[in-house]
Ligand binder design. Structure first.
Ligand code: PGA
Ligand code: ZN
Length: 458
């Protein structure tokens, strides 16, 4: 076994071990994978997840860990859990870890790490199932990301530069969509709608954008405290005011923006993630427990349209469930010319589901979660596919994250235009914002600005 304990560099920066100092960066010899080593670590909810160290022949080492969702779509790649009730309530990932240390390591050792597509195709072929059910997408993705990071280390690149090279685009700093209020499965179903987010409208840089988001996040605490409401944190670092209606939450958002000294709709607007799949009943209707209503698809569309009229909303994610394609089309016809309509569970970072959506003009933006897909190359392909169809792309965190800031580099390196990270609280979330600030300081890639939101022709 390779001496991974020597990989003592700051987490996720990567390290070069036993490097031959005479080696030129232009050296065309393949960077062979020498070893992969996985371990079980914990995510921000204290649940197990997979971390992988990839060691290359030149001594370069890259480490990556994968996040985990709470409101997961049925079409997502499979997250392999142990199911042993005696360990972490069945949520252990030792089988996925074993798959990396066994089969995956055997299949990838000796391969050229610089050929990321080949690495990722081998991972898919080795698994042999459409949703990566056998090895687990948590195993394949962690291996895929670790290899990418190791190559960046070997070449002396920043991760976003390596990703930009793979994606064939020029780096671009994304607009952050920042979680402010949470409900749904991120906050004990205290509200029917899962997330209310702030969107900076007129920021001139990522630094300016993050500053505005920090002001709104802190103002939300002040507004809630003044009303005697709780300011305890939800899973993504937002607050969980448990409003009985979405309209009440939208009013709180407007108040928080104003309290921050900013103009709602002008300086900062609102994005909603309804996460409507988690509201769907067996009969296909939507149960809004807090509002004490059960709505069919048409009524749900009316409700979403009403929210968009009530407040300066610029983006609505999963306003309908993952299988409600017909209603999604109607919603897009109603709102898609003026608002960003994002498919998360609907598209599941899956090429075929996205192809169906772009063909039928359903939604106009895709939420991109690498662990819904299962490999880095698969994720890059979906982003390219979305862009080619004129859809906006939002690289997204999951509600269970680790300190790995990979998605910050992914958003910049793919020029995705938008990133949805969570709130400006807790280190697993702030790690991503901080990486955006570092990238900005290093090379000042252009900042996408509001034009990155769909509809893109606006
Ligand atoms: P999840 O939530 O990570 O719990 O799926 C994020 C989202 O729905 O966008
Ligand atoms: Zn979502």
């Amino acid at each position: 076994m390779a001496p991974f304990f020597r990989c003592a560099a700051p987490a996720f920066v990567g390290a070069r071990l036993d490097a031959d100092s005479s080696r030129q960066l232009t050296d065309v010899k393949p960077l062979a994978i020498r070893a992969l080593h996985a371990r079980q670590i914990l995510d921000s909810r204290g649940r197990p997840t997979v971390e992988v160290d990839a060691l290359l022949d030149d001594g370069s080492c890259g480490r990556a860990s994968v996040p985990s969702g709470a409101s997961t779509g049925a079409a997502e790649a499979h997250e392999l859990r142990d199911g042993d009730p005696a360990r972490y309530a069945g949520l252990g990932v030792l089988r996925a870890v074993g798959n990396v240390n066994g089969e995956i390591a055997r299949a990838l050792c000796g391969c050229d790490a610089a050929d990321q597509r080949d690495v990722d195709e081998r991972l898919r072929a080795l698994d042999g199932t459409p949703q990566l059910r056998r090895l687990g997408a948590n195993a394949t993705l962690a291996a895929s990301l670790a290899v990418c990071r190791a190559v960046a280390v070997a070449r002396g690149q920043w991760l976003y530069e390596r990703i930009a090279e793979l994606a064939g685009v020029t780096p671009l700093l994304p607009v952050p969509l920042t979680n402010i209020l949470s409900g749904g499965l991120h906050a004990g179903r205290g509200m029917d709608v899962q997330d209310f987010l702030a969107v900076p409208m007129r920021a001139v840089s990522i630094d300016d954008a993050i500053h505005r988001m920090a002001r709104v996040r802190s103002a939300a605490d002040d507004v809630l405290r003044d009303r005697g409401m709780t300011t305890l944190l939800a899973d993504e670092g937002g607050v969980a005011p448990a409003c009985a209606t979405a309209s009440a939450a939208l009013r709180l958002m407007v108040e928080a923006i104003e309290r921050a000294g900013l103009q709602p709709g002008d300086d900062v607007s609102i994005a909603i993630d309804v996460a409507a799949t988690s509201l769907v009943q067996p009969d296909g209707r939507y149960a809004l427990a807090r509002e004490q209503r059960v709505l069919d698809s048409d009524a749900m569309i009316e409700l979403v349209c009403a929210w968009a009229r009530e407040a300066p909303v610029v983006s609505i994610e999963d306003g309908l469930g993952e299988d409600d394609w017909v209603a999604w089309r109607t919603l897009t016809q109603r709102l898609g010319r003026t608002l960003q309509l994002v498919g998360d569970d609907l598209f599941a970072t899956h090429p075929q589901r996205l192809a169906r959506g772009t063909r039928d003009r359903i939604g106009n933006a895709i939420l991109v979660k690498a662990n819904q897909n299962g490999t880095l190359t698969g994720t890059l392909d979906v982003i390219a596919q979305a862009k080619a169809a004129g859809y906006a792309t939002i690289v997204s965190a999951r509600s269970g994250e680790t300190e790995d800031a990979f998605i910050a580099d992914l958003a910049v390196g793919t020029a995705a235009g938008q990133i949805k990270i969570g709130s400006l609280r807790t280190s697993s979330t702030v790690a991503k914002y901080n990486q955006l600030l570092r990238i900005d300081e290093r090379s000042r890639p252009p900042y996408a600005g509001f034009a990155a939101l769909a509809p893109l022709e606006r």
